[in-house]
Design a protein around this ligand. Structure first.
Ligand SMILES: [Zn+2]
Length: 1014
């Protein structure tokens, strides 16, 4: 037979596009449209419904950026349509080639009850099926003119990302606004032909099935009268029945599809718009669940449920019912889909605490899967947190975005730094916006790396970010793919059911040890420095607030601020969303975040101040008390307690250096600053060892051009390193403080349009050089690094992560090592030879890089740590990071890992001084072993008055110790993160009088609920 394959395929494409799809709506009449535009921010629904309307017509422009227009559409179903299915078609001016990221609407009935969302690929509203004929139609649409930020030429700087700069030019034109007859037979024919045509294209050309499909499609096309598609669609469908009924092969890949809309909690729109995006999509999805009995939908992020509950109670009522029916499935058990690189130990834990608790309280549901499809990499600390939250599975898709190395598994056990293993799945469909296209389904089956030993994968299906979620067309296609020869078999499945099935079929999955590093978006550790510092500051203040409020509650009876702490935590957790903390949102989001963090800081300072004043007693007592919120004692003040201030002897000295510069010495550390303000020597007195590499200079600011190929705020591409300017010239190098308690040198520089002032400080009794850097930054597309070339020979270094640290190579042996050219630290980076090391601590920055070089002169190794201070990408915020910034970095020569942990906490938790009458405040709990670190002291969230203390092993070894309480202890119970009694603790926890004996494994965390004797 002659090969006419391409001819028939081209025929299918044209006839579908030009004749069959248009025939889905064979008849229509225009609706009358009127409009009211809200003057500023969105208004309550009742106000929008009641506002006076003016006429507007199809073709008219509407919608200044970020404005809201309330449209009213009215009409009458023609008498002649009696018995037909009638829908309204409302096209706000959508670009249907872009499934979300633009204008959107939510449709209301005249009584204010929501109907469904309107989205680029979801423009219909069912009016009647069947219509009586003659019925009046009246609907209202709350239409949001969200501007397109990520356009066809992506990543161009735009002023549209903040209402303050966006201007008032209308963004859209009203397009089709009609009442129309919906021909379901034609609609079904479209889906038949799409499914078969798309499957056909994926099948081998030398296989019989492909040709059987081709011939069936041809017969169907022959049966269509192009002048009467509606009259012949049923006949055309009859030619497809047999090929659609052929069952899938027994070995076919099995896809568990779950309806989903990945809605970023803020990104190219502000937080307030996400509230509405979520409501529109949830309205859509609850409506679709009613129409489609097999369909299941999942939504993650407790915060998004909380928003609907607060702002759109009518939609929430529908969600609650669908959840109770088991068809709208809360996923993930986290407050938001957060970043996981940067959140602190406690914050990462609280993401699960608040997420799970919300789902438990609202729906009685406890998730066992963590759901993070889009997060930019996963730390080695996360598996233990997932387990301690009572979960056991993880879903993410993002690692498929890695630029260099292809991850070897789709289903595997992921092992964290403490040895916890979590059953993890990466959907091989490689998208969290599956649309049931044949190419996606075939890709999932082909791409699945665990073929032969496993057969199941998951496909989150639907348009996110304002796309409205799953469409009825996707549901229709999934039904055809349920059991279809040549295709993977698709069925709707809840995430928990998928995981249970996947785990059961794969008893010995492969294991991946350590972090899941995303080889992309590395600059998200640096962009929007103020947002990042706001997060750090809030995390530190929350630690202090919980500690001092709990101490004051137990000691003085001061009321514990449960409600305020709960609210503040949730705000901090929201801002750890994977486009806020990473710095990849529009200017509006980061401007608001900065203000929000400032408000939280003021509130937390107030809580801390009130608690400390209560503990310190009457200020007339005149005693100056030093409070220490860090987990280690310092200057004779115990961890978590307070003691009277004692002025130390102070033996700091600063002297002029021959040839320019200064020498700072406190007997523990001797630092030489040269005439350029750079550190040429840092000798740890205890060992006599030099930390700075020979002929190298530390505290060196380096400036790189930084214009990535894509994703400006997200990415730094490796070629940035090819060009570098060392900022050597100093405007001033002068003594800033001269002891005896502290000595400091001040260095001022200017470069480009920017200035920088640094203060290098050595304090009495401390082996730490503190470098405070203040930058007035006015650069574009530059990357500012602070370099410390160290004389340390090592193949790996440690960077702190949640509840421990993870190691990364200092070399680039493999493509996996080379790809990690920018990585995350929490409070410290530590590198060491056996017996001697150097720590660099910071409360300011997360991004860093570490490189090594071997010196020709002496054969020694220079390992250079560089902190990432500032970038200046111009998309999506054209003025990212312009203005003033303050950073602190500390150099600690002669540091063991335990010193790194201690100094890391110390730099972020300075002592506080309060005047009162007390001589001391005894800590509520004390540990007798430095490696055991308290990460939180708080009152139990249940209001019982129990104390909750979280402790972890911080050194990466085994540690035994005793946690002593300074109150009579009635009971001590190990708990999970949600503060429920838990028997999952792997180490030993043994009650021992007024204390608990602990024996923890490397990096193990344990949560203790301590009940005071009453
Ligand atoms: Zn996302």
């Amino acid at each position: 037979m002659h090969d006419d394959r391409t001819l028939v395929e081209a025929r299918l494409k044209r006839v579908l596009e030009e004749r069959i799809r248009p025939a889905v709506y064979p008849e229509s009449v225009p609706l009358t449209v009127s409009v009211w535009t809200a003057p500023g921010e969105p208004v309550p629904v009742a106000e929008g419904l009641a506002a006076p309307r003016s006429p507007i017509a199809v073709g008219d422009a509407w919608g200044a950026p970020w404005s809201t227009s309330w449209l009213t559409v009215a009409g009458t179903v023609p008498e002649s349509w009696a018995g037909r299915t009638v829908e309204a078609l409302i096209d706000l001016g959508f670009d249907a080639n872009m499934p979300g990221f633009q204008c959107e609407g939510l449709v209301y009935r005249p009584d204010g009850s929501p109907v469904k969302g309107l989205n680029p690929q979801n423009q219909w509203v069912r009016i009647a099926a069947p219509a009586a004929g003659g019925e009046p139609v009246l609907l209202h649409v709350e239409a949001a003119a969200n501007p397109v930020i990520l356009d066809y030429h992506p990543f161009l700087p735009t002023e549209l990302g903040d209402k303050e700069t966006a201007g008032d030019k209308p963004q859209y034109r009203l397009a089709r606004m009609d009442l129309a007859v919906f021909d379901e037979t034609v609609w079904q024919l479209v889906l038949d032909l799409e499914v078969l045509g798309e499957l056909m294209a994926e099948l081998p050309a030398d296989g019989a099935r492909r040709w059987e499909l081709l011939r069936a499609v041809e017969r169907a096309l022959d049966a269509i009268d192009l002048q009467d598609v509606n009259g012949t669609a049923a006949a055309a469908r009859s030619h497809l029945v047999e090929v659609l009924a052929a069952p899938a092969a027994p070995s076919a890949h099995r896809i568990g599809a779950i309806g989903h809309a990945h809605i970023d909690s803020a990104w190219l729109w502000p937080l307030r718009e996400t509230v509405r995006k979520v409501a529109r999509t949830a309205a859509n999805m609850t409506a679709l669940l009613e129409d489609e009995p097999d369909f299941l939908y999942t939504m993650s992020q407790a915060q998004q449920f909380a928003w609907i509950k607060e702002h759109r109670p009518e939609v929430y009522a529908r969600v609650k019912k669908a959840v109770a029916d088991g068809r709208f499935v809360p996923a993930g058990g986290m407050w938001v889909e957060s970043d996981t690189n940067m959140p602190s130990s406690e914050a990462m834990a609280r993401q699960f605490v608040h997420g799970k608790r919300f789902f438990l309280d609202e729906f009685g549901i406890e998730n066992e899967e963590a759901w993070l499809p889009d997060t930019f990499g996963f730390t080695g600390g996360l598996p233990q947190i997932i387990r301690n939250a009572g979960s056991k599975w993880l879903l993410t898709q993002k690692i498929s975005w890695s630029q260099i190395n292809k991850f070897p598994h789709h289903t595997f056990l992921w092992e964290g730094i403490d040895g916890t293993r979590i059953f993890t799945h990466f959907p091989p469909v490689d998208t969290y916006n599956c649309s049931m296209k044949g190419s996606e389904i075939a890709h999932a089956a082909r791409n699945f790396k665990d073929k032969g030993v496993a057969r199941h994968s998951l496909a989150p299906t639907g348009w996110g970010d304002g796309g409205g979620g799953t469409t009825r067309e996707m549901v229709g296609k999934a039904a055809r793919l349920r059991d279809l020869e040549g295709s993977a078999a698709v069925r709707w499945q809840r995430p928990a059911e998928f995981f249970a099935e996947a785990e059961a079929e794969y008893p010995k999955p492969p294991v991946w040890v350590g972090e899941l590093y995303l080889e992309l978006h590395r600059a998200t550790l640096t962009s929007q420095a103020r947002t990042k510092q706001g997060n750090r500051r809030s995390e530190n203040l929350l630690r202090e607030a919980e500690l001092w409020c709990a101490t004051a509650a137990l000691r003085t009876g001061l009321a514990y601020p449960y409600e305020r702490l709960d609210r503040i935590w949730k705000t901090v957790l929201l801002h750890q969303f994977h486009d806020i903390l990473p710095g990849s949102s529009i200017a509006w989001v980061h401007r608001e975040a900065e203000a929000t963090y400032a408000g939280l800081a003021a509130e937390l300072e107030e809580l801390i101040g009130a608690a400390q004043r209560a503990l310190a007693g009457d200020p007339a007592g005149g005693r100056e008390l030093v409070f220490n919120g860090a987990p280690h004692g310092r200057s004779a003040v115990p961890a978590g307690g307070a003691a009277m201030a004692v002025a130390g002897p102070g033996d700091c000295a600063v002297t002029a250096r021959e040839g320019g510069g200064f020498v700072l010495d406190n007997g523990l550390l001797r630092v030489v600053v040269d005439g350029d303000g750079l550190v040429v020597s840092a000798v740890d007195a205890a060992s006599g060892r030099e930390a700075v590499a020979p002929d190298a200079r530390a505290n060196l600011l380096q400036l790189h051009p930084d214009f990535p190929n894509m994703w400006d705020a997200w990415d730094v591409d490796q070629f940035y390193r090819n060009t570098v300017t060392d900022l050597l010239a100093a405007d001033e190098v002068a003594v800033h403080a001269e002891g005896p308690a502290e000595v400091a040198v001040r260095v001022a520089r200017s470069f480009g349009s920017s200035t920088v002032t640094q203060t290098l400080t050595l304090r009495a009794g401390s082996g730490r050089l503190d470098i405070d850097t203040e930058v007035d930054w006015h650069e574009a597309e530059k990357f500012l690094k602070l370099a410390f070339p160290l004389d340390v020979h090592t193949e790996r270094y440690a960077a702190e992560t949640q509840f421990g640290h993870q190691f990364r190579p200092t070399h680039t042996n493999t493509s996996w090592d080379a790809a990690k050219f920018e990585a995350c630290n929490h409070r410290f980076v530590h590198l060491a030879e056996p017996g001697w090391g150097v720590a660099l601590a910071t409360p300011s920055t997360y991004g860093h890089d570490v490189t090594r070089a071997v010196r020709a002169e002496d054969g020694g190794t220079t390992t250079t740590v560089r902190f990432s201070l500032l970038r200046a990408p111009r998309f999506p915020d054209p003025r990212t990071d312009q203005g003033r910034h303050r950073f602190r970095h500390s150099l600690v020569p002669g540091a063991e890992i335990g010193d790194a942990v201690r100094e890391g906490y110390a730099v972020g938790l300075p002592e506080r001084r309060v005047t009162g009458s007390a001589e001391a405040v005894r800590p509520l709990v004390e540990l007798d072993q430095d490696a055991l670190v308290v990460s939180a002291v708080k009152l139990a969230d249940d209001g019982s008055g129990d104390l909750v203390v979280r402790v972890y092993e911080s050194g990466g070894g085994r540690a035994r110790g005793r946690l002593a309480t300074s109150f009579a202890l009635a009971a001590a119970v190990p708990c999970d993160l949600l503060e429920r009694p838990w028997d999952g603790t792997r180490g030993e926890v043994v009650a021992d009088g007024d204390g608990v004996r602990l024996a923890l494994r490397p990096f193990e965390l344990v949560t203790l609920r301590l009940t005071p004797a009453r």
